[in-house]
Design a protein around this ligand. Structure first.
Ligand code: ZN
Length: 310
């Protein structure tokens, strides 16, 4: 009990330190990427922040001496071309590579907006998920007219380079490690680490201010813990999730405890004989209490419950 009290106080402090940059924006204009908000994080790394808009990812841009790497693209061709305009300004005719943290439409469907001369790199698992990705595309498309317009003409991109578990990329003076760490949020989650500047693009594996969303069929919170251990070994200074606030190393401990808390609590609920719907209700209450500022929704809680009750 003592430990828990200490733990939640330290989380409070860490959260205060990781306060959101900028004001909360509304979703009313739809998932439109805002390249004008581009932000320099380190010497070579920029992000176009998600601006707290649903279905907009944090887009990473890593500028090496020879190659510029884009991490995640925005939803659809129109958003992809907006990002491309910014890249052209930064790139001075450097070769452009694109990769994704996972296959979901707001991360992958903008690749086409970059035109012909880009090299798209994905993992085998991500490629497989894109091949079977029509269901989620249709689901997003049905949510609003703007989603439909953004998505409908955008195909999942075909990778030029495929990797299985790890892939090392030399951008010229910068070494980038692509690591396949799923199944967690999807089967093909990858993290992307820029060695020289200790920047980690952590996908949906660690995010600032957002409760985890687990792939209920394939993943477990145990494998999530393993991935977090692996991330801790990298000692990243900047952790940029595919949505939400940028964090520092403290975010690793927060997520480590968060994942344990969810996993232990749900095992407890299960042995107490709680029904799934009761477990969802109770877990939502608990996490809303402990993480009042964090984005959460019923869908996240429902898949957490499914994955443990499976
Ligand atoms: Zn996702």
């Amino acid at each position: 009990m003592k430990y828990l009290a200490y733990f939640w106080i330290s989380i409070g402090i860490a959260l205060a330190l990781n306060a959101p940059i900028g004001a909360q924006s509304s979703d009313s204009e739809g998932p439109i990427v805002r390249p004008d908000l581009i932000n320099k994080i380190t010497e070579s790394v920029y992000i176009i922040p998600d601006n707290f808009v649903r279905l907009v990812p944090n887009i990473g841009i890593v500028v090496g001496a020879n190659v510029i790497l884009v991490v995640d693209t925005g939803l659809g061709i129109e958003n992809g071309s907006r990002v491309y305009e910014v890249i052209k300004e930064l790139s001075e005719d450097k070769k452009i590579y694109i990769t994704i943290t996972h296959y979901h439409p707001e991360h992958s469907l903008g690749v086409e907006g970059f035109g012909e001369n880009v090299v798209f790199i994905a993992s085998e698992k991500q490629n497989q998920e894109m091949k079977n990705g029509d269901r989620i595309k249709n689901q997003f498309s049905r949510q609003s007219d703007i989603n439909r317009d953004l998505i409908n003409n955008a195909p999942y991109p075909i990778p030029d380079i495929l990797y299985e578990d790890n892939y090392e990329l030399d951008l010229g003076g910068l070494t980038v490690q692509l690591m396949s760490v799923g199944p967690l949020h999807t089967e093909g989650d990858s993290i992307i680490f820029i060695e020289e500047e200790l920047v980690l693009f952590s996908g949906d594996v660690i995010m600032g201010g957002i409760i985890p969303s687990i792939d209920q069929e394939h993943s477990s919170f145990d494998s999530w813990k393993t991935a977090i251990d692996r991330i801790a070994m990298l000692s990243p200074q900047f952790i940029i999730g595919s949505h939400g606030d940028i964090g520092d190393q403290t975010l690793i401990d927060i997520w480590d405890s968060l994942i344990s808390e969810i996993s232990v609590t749900l095992s407890e609920y299960r042995s107490l004989g709680f029904s799934k719907s009761k477990a969802v209700r109770e877990l939502t209450l608990l996490l809303n209490q402990k993480f009042p500022e964090w984005r959460n929704d019923r869908r996240r809680m429902a898949s957490a419950v499914e994955s443990v009750y499976r």
